[in-house]
Design a protein around this ligand. Structure first.
Ligand code: PLP
Length: 442
């Protein structure tokens, strides 16, 4: 595959020309093996078989080159200086916001807030929604939430000065996905927040956002907001925040070919307008006097201080990259096939139990699993010795593990640069590891 863009050290002018020409030049989806060549960290002779993309994805050369180029040719603070570099940095930062708005089909760029990551976005929501809640109000979470979508709400309950109740939605009978019937029984006119993951980072199931939105509409308080944790969906499928029926959507760049340190909070504008600001400081104000301050309009109101400029710009280039390899429907189709392959190969290994939906059609391209009689940390350590990178632990879903009656799982998670050969090596090395433990009687 032709690299989307590998620049030398161009003048700023040639950089801008290339930038504007970038999208039309971007290649269509080619064989995954050619996509793979864009990721140097997984294609060198010593590279591991990288199956930990749910934790963080690798970055293509294109994104790394563009970020370096920004630092070398444009670096400046945004929204401040009247000088050329500041104007250009501001233009690139705001262009990244536009790319993100288009990528999620936001009705406008005003509801697209850059944060330091999904965790920041969820804390922002818990903190700013707190004052809108009253004693006795309810927050509904599911047992499969990531800690980032649990702890901020618990902190609101414990330190927010309001006596809210957190209610937990269970999984269906096979432990595969959300129990929507249970959700309908939990939601009441006191329910003011429903915050539920879109794709689970441990089970790999994807929740039905329209169903959840309709349960909210039928049973919840009219002011109830529906928050979607999209960390594991935005990197892998087309997301349309207008079609989903949610009020807020959060995600992180580093799970979708972009840099760490930047994430997304999308919210319906009227809601964001009505909330108090979160952090205070520069950029988020209209006017400051010694008596008090007035606040900037969206999106600036929620972006206090110097933002994550190069990271946000890198996030925008990650979106360009994903579009350049064919767009999110193609990414999703490819990952569906790879995910099914992973599931079927892993299911065939004796002693392995996979968590999440048994129907591969309902799964994303990840499998959290345990192995009879062998601790998953040993599995991950032995696989690491064989240069296969999987994660072992609770994956920041301790309540889910407790619910399932286990303490840890190992997890193999794929992205668009993985292929069947990666899965084959992983499964072969896993079999060898299991054989080794059996032979030593451990
Ligand atoms: C489902 C889910 N939610 C939230 C997060 C938190 O994301 P971050 O650490 O980028 O803030 C993650 C990260 O693994 C996740 O998988």
């Amino acid at each position: 595959m032709k690299k989307p863009c590998v620049l030398g050290i161009p003048s700023l002018f040639s950089f801008m020309i290339l930038l504007s020409a970038l999208l039309p030049l971007a290649p269509a989806l080619q064989a995954p093996s050619s996509v793979r060549q864009n990721f140097p960290l997984i294609t060198s002779p010593t590279s591991p078989v990288y199956l930990d993309s749910s934790a963080t994805s690798q970055k293509p050369t294109f994104v790394m080159d563009k970020m370096r180029e920004y630092e070398m040719t444009t670096n400046s603070n945004v929204h401040r200086g009247a000088h050329r570099l500041s104007r250009e940095a501001t233009d690139m930062y705001e262009a990244a916001r536009d790319k993100l708005a288009t990528f999620i089909n936001a009705p406008s760029r005003r509801g697209v807030i850059f944060t330091s990551g999904a965790t920041h976005s969820l804390n922002l929501l818990a903190k700013t929604l707190g004052p809108t809640l009253e004693d006795g109000d309810e927050i509904i979470l599911s047992v499969m939430e990531h800690h980032s979508n649990i702890v901020p709400w618990q902190m609101l309950r414990d330190f927010g000065g309001v006596d809210v109740k957190i209610k937990w939605c269970n999984l269906d009978s096979e432990g595969g996905t959300l129990d929507y019937d249970h959700l309908a029984t939990l939601v009441t006119p006191r329910t003011k927040v429903i915050s539920i993951v879109h794709t689970s980072n441990t089970l790999g199931c994807t929740t039905d956002t329209k169903k959840i939105a309709s349960i909210k509409a039928d049973h919840a308080h009219p002011d109830c907001v529906y928050v979607v944790d999209g960390c594991q969906s935005l990197p892998h499928m087309k997301v349309d925040v207008q079609d989903m029926g949610c009020d807020f959507y959060v995600a992180s760049s580093h799970k979708m070919c972009g840099p760490t340190g930047v994430g997304l909070l999308w919210g319906r504008e009227e809601l964001l307008d009505s909330l108090n600001p979160f952090f205070g400081g520069g950029e988020m104000i209209d006017e400051v006097t010694i008596e008090g301050s007035t606040y900037a309009a969206l999106p600036g109101k929620f972006e206090a201080g110097t933002p994550c400029i190069s990271q946000a710009i890198g996030f925008g280039f990650a979106i360009d990259y994903l579009n350049s390899i064919g767009g999110m429907d193609k990414v999703h189709d490819y990952e569906k096939k790879l995910g099914s392959y992973l599931h079927s190969k892993l299911s065939a290994v004796e002693g392995v139990k996979i968590y999440g939906p048994s129907n591969p059609e309902e799964r994303s391209a990840l499998c959290a699993f345990s192995v009879d009689g062998i601790h998953v940390s040993d599995i991950a350590s032995f696989l690491d010795l064989e240069n296969v990178a999987v994660r072992a632990g609770h994956h920041c879903t301790q309540p889910l593990h407790t619910y399932l009656g286990i303490s840890h799982t190992a997890r193999a998670s794929c992205y668009v640069y993985n292929d069947e050969a990666d899965v084959d090596i992983f499964v072969e090395k896993l079999r060898e590891t299991i054989e080794f433990f059996k032979s030593t009687g451990s």
